[in-house]
Structures are given as structure tokens and as C-alpha cells.
Design a protein around this ligand. Structure first.
Ligand SMILES: C[S@@+](CC[C@H](N)C(=O)[O-])C[C@H]1O[C@@H](n2cnc3c(N)ncnc32)[C@H](O)[C@@H]1O
Length: 263
């Protein structure tokens, strides 16, 4: 996120810019400017097939099928919910961080609701399958214990619990710290093209005219990572046991976990 508050900053590109990595706000902005539903999966527009392949393998991993009550925490564009319905599940509920995302996915007829991982607004033991893929890595570390406890709380006894894409080590954030507005503009042009560059320039000018601070969120920082030993211990403290763990097929350095409630 970059803050620019005066037109002077555009003319004098030496001022320091501030940045924020509030991921919920990033999800809200993504939904507001989405051109395609798949934008909500936050993988990049050209990776729709990867999202499909990942959700397909999650469905297989948890043996999703008729009679299951699925809760998909952070369901993105709803791909896994659609696969679940094709497999004849009893119910499939998706949770999203913001009302803006909910409004877009709900239009496709799916049952989606707003909730954050550490405060799931669902009853105890309502799910035979709980999935939380590519979500905990963007949840602030101080909310991880509460999030794991919530996942455990909504899972029925013997539920299959899938938590995916947990980085084992802190990944390098690809977005640099921008020292000036010019640097931010040049980076956006190089990485995201003319449309994003123009959008940022327009917002910079608008913030000068209105005097309101400009907020830019790159959405690339990782909040949570854990070695498999750490993650197993965190899951254990929240009442779950790791059944199996394996490296992610598409993203090196990330692991997937299959868990169950500890008896
Ligand atoms: C990177 S997308 C992953 C989408 C999907 N699970 C997939 O693998 O394609 C992240 C999702 O997490 C949700 N999200 C963001 N912050 C969250 C939080 N604190 N708690 C729960 N969900 C969150 C967003 O609404 C978004 O749907």
C-alpha cells in the first residue's frame, strides 16, 4: 500500500511512501474492481485452470461426495463449491472475507456468507468436510490459533479437514518498498501494464485534488508460515491431528495438510 497525499509528491519523487498489507481490504478492492469472477481466487487471471486443478485435487483428497456437508473457508471464486454440487453433496457453504466478494459469488447461485477464519458464524459440528485452502497464509499470525480452533469447532466428529498452501518458511515479498510515487508508477507499469498504471496515476491525482490519503495494497505479503512440526503443534493445540502432509503440486515451499479432530 502506498500513501500519497499531495500533488507535490508527484512532482518531487523523493518522498517516502507508506504501505499496508491489510489483506481483507485487498480482497474488498479486488471484488470492487473484478472483471472476471476468477479474480476472487487471487491467483492471477491467466491461472483459472490451476484453480480448477487445485480444487479438483482437494475434492479427491477429502473424498467429497453425496451426503457431505462442506464448508469452504475463503472460497475465492466458488470453484470448489461448484465441484461439490456436481459431486452431489448434501450442502456446500462458502465463506468470504468481505460483503463485496459475497455479492459477486452469490449472483452465481452459491450459498456464500461473510466471515473471517477466526470468527466463523456457523454452528458447532456442522461440517463433514472443512476446507481452508490458500487462506491461512494471509491471516495475521496472532489470529491463527483462534482460526484453527474455529475450524475444529465446526467440524463433525470424523470430519475430513483440509488446510492447504501453508508456506514452510517466510517467502520473499515480490513487491519492493517504493521510495517515491514515480517508483510505484514505474513498477505498476512494468508488472501490471498500462491499465493498472493509469489507474494508479488517476488515484494519485485524485488524492491531490481531494486532499484524501491514497491507499494502495499490493496484496503480496505473507502473514503466516510454519514448518510442518510447528503447524502440527499449532493444530494439536487447537484440537486437531495431522493425518497426512505433502508438498503443494503447484507452489514450491508450501504444504497441504489433511487433519482430523483429536479424540
Ligand atoms: C487466495 S484466495 C483463495 C481462494 C480459494 N480458497 C482457492 O484456493 O482458490 C483467499 C480467500 O480467503 C478469503 N480471506 C481473506 N482473508 C481472510 C480471513 N482473515 N479469514 C477468512 N477468509 C479470508 C478471501 O475472501 C478469499 O476468498
Amino acid at each position: 500500500m502506498v500513501q500519497v497525499s499531495r500533488l507535490g509528491e508527484l512532482k518531487s519523487p523523493t518522498r517516502t511512501l507508506a504501505r499496508s498489507d491489510d489483506y481483507v481490504e485487498y480482497c474488498r478492492q479486488t471484488a470492487k474492481h473484478a472483471r472476471d469472477l476468477h479474480d476472487l481466487a487471487l491467483r492471477g487471471r491467466h491461472l483459472k485452470e490451476v484453480t480448477k486443478a487445485i480444487c479438483q485435487s482437494i475434492a479427491e483428497e477429502v473424498s467429497l461426495g453425496p451426503g457431505d456437508d462442506l464448508v469452504d473457508i475463503g472460497c475465492g471464486d466458488g470453484t470448489l463449491l461448484r465441484i461439490a454440487h456436481q459431486l452431489g453433496v448434501n450442502s456446500a457453504i462458502g465463506l468470504l472475507a468481505t460483503d463485496e466478494e459475497v455479492a459477486l459469488v452469490r449472483r452465481t447461485g452459491l450459498d456464500v456468507r461473510q466471515a473471517l477464519a477466526h470468527q466463523l458464524t456457523l454452528p458447532d459440528e456442522c461440517a463433514s468436510v472443512v476446507v481452508c485452502n490458500n487462506v491461512l497464509l494471509i491471516v495475521p499470525r496472532e489470529k491463527i490459533h483462534a482460526s484453527l480452533r474455529e475450524i475444529c469447532r465446526i467440524a463433525k466428529t470424523n470430519a475430513r479437514i483440509y488446510i492447504g498452501e501453508i508456506p514452510s518458511a517466510p517467502p520473499k515479498d515480490p513487491t519492493p518498498q517504493f521510495a517515491t510515487s514515480r517508483e510505484a508508477l514505474s513498477y505498476m507499469h512494468e508488472k501490471h501494464g498500462l491499465r493498472t498504471w493509469l489507474g494508479l496515476l488517476r488515484r494519485m491525482i485524485w488524492s491531490q485534488i481531494t486532499g484524501q490519503p491514497l491507499t494502495i495494497s499490493p496484496g503480496t505479503a505473507i502473514s503466516f508460515f510454519a514448518t510442518s512440526e510447528e503447524f502440527s503443534a499449532l493444530a494439536g493445540a487447537a484440537g486437531m491431528q495431522v493425518v497426512r502432509q505433502w508438498p503443494h503440486e503447484h507452489y514450491g515451499g508450501r504444504k497441504n495438510y489433511l487433519l482430523r479432530k483429536a479424540s
